[in-house]
Ligand binder design. Structure first.
Ligand code: AQP
Length: 333
């Protein structure tokens, strides 16, 4: 039986965070045997804000190693770098011609990210169209999306439906959101109203997957909370709610069990407990990562990328040909 197709990616715009892990990677590991998964490194997306070229190259390699260290199995999944499959950019252009300025202007991620830039690049505005191309190239059935990406999936569906009806052909499969069982939105440790981001200018706001134990505990100890001193899962206590979410996502314990476990215990002890479970889980990932990061694994990583790009290209090429045909481009003979 054909497995349903899932596509997802992460930008190599820094070292991955606990947010990327709990919101994406940990869930990908759970679904990787049940679905036909394409996991890519979104390097074309990363340059929507300026990246230092040598850092980007390093981070791209590190991102693949982090995928594998987190448990993504290269034997059963297609893992590739987005820029290695040129059809992403090409389909992006075609879809640009089927997307309205007004639609893109409503995207909240653009509004949030453009505020942080002095000169706002067109790529940042156009990001959702490239994301639509990523998804539609592979006939994806499902796309795992957090709350932050839901709007982008909606616009992908709109563009795909518009394209199909314009040309009177079912060229694109209409993808659905895949809502993971767990994986709350992880917030910044310094401002629990903002999501945890790898490009945060304050490293105290995020836990990097490669932070050492002492740094992890220190960051949790300094996490911004409130003065209630009661471990309770409530919107009025966003800092504590975030820590409970993290503790729950790592241990699998329910919010009420966590509230009971830390009843009458001050925030100090709770924060250290959260830091400890996170450090334990990341320690296992870091051991695998360090092994992959040694020179003897260099060619292994290159092989995974080459194989992934080849597999992805085959599917993407077929879809792009269908698209070129639908819009009326002359066949190259
Ligand atoms: N804080 C988060 N909580 C839960 N899930 C998160 N994801 C990212 N941050 C959190 C999930 O990770 C996947 C994609 O990450 P991305 O790097 O491609 O884009 P992003 O969401 O913009 O991540 P960052 O870390 O905030 O990157 P920068 O700082 O470069 O913009 C998605 O599945 C997302 O839901």
């Amino acid at each position: 039986m054909n497995k349903k197709i899932i596509l997802s990616g992460i930008q190599p715009s820094g070292i991955l965070t606990l947010g990327n892990y709990l919101g994406a990677l940990k869930n990908w590991v759970k679904i990787q045997t049940e679905y036909d998964c394409k996991f890519f490194i979104a390097d074309l997306h990363a340059i929507t804000v300026h990246q230092d070229p040598s850092v980007l190259r390093e981070n791209t390699k590190k991102t693949i190693m982090q995928y594998i260290a987190c448990g993504i199995d290269p034997e059963i999944n297609t893992i590739f770098a987005q820029s290695h499959v040129h059809e992403h950019a090409e389909l992006g252009w075609i879809l640009n011609c089927h997307t309205y300025m007004g639609e893109l202007s409503r995207m909240t991620q653009f509004k949030d990210k453009s505020h942080k830039q002095v000169n706002v690049g067109v790529g940042l505005f156009d990001y959702p169209v490239l994301m639509a191309a990523d998804i539609l190239l592979y006939n994806s059935d499902y796309v795992p999306v957090g709350e932050d990406q839901r709007q982008h999936l909606e616009i992908t569906r709109d563009i795909a439906q518009r394209f199909n009806s314009t040309y009177g052909k079912e060229v694109f499969k209409i993808p659905e959101a895949f809502i993971p069982e767990t994986g709350a939105r992880i917030m910044s440790l310094q401002d629990p109203t903002k999501k945890m981001s790898k490009s945060d200018s304050n490293p105290m706001g995020y836990i990097s997957l490669l932070d050492d134990r002492d740094t992890i505990i220190k960051k949790f100890k300094k996490a911004v909370t409130d003065s209630e001193n009661v471990v309770r899962y409530s919107d009025e206590q966003p800092g504590i709610k975030n820590l409970i979410n993290i503790y729950s996502a790592i241990t699998g314990k329910s919010y009420t069990d966590i509230e009971k476990e830390f009843q009458g215990v001050g925030y100090g002890k709770f924060k250290v407990a959260v830091g400890e479970v996170v450090a334990d889980e990341l320690d296992i990932i870091q051991q695998k990562y360090n092994k992959l990061n040694s020179p003897e694994y260099n060619s292994y990583i290159t092989e995974i990328l080459n194989k992934g790009a080849e597999e992805a290209h085959k599917i993407a090429e077929t879809k792009l040909n269908e698209v070129y045909d639908a819009v009326g481009f002359l066949n190259k003979l």
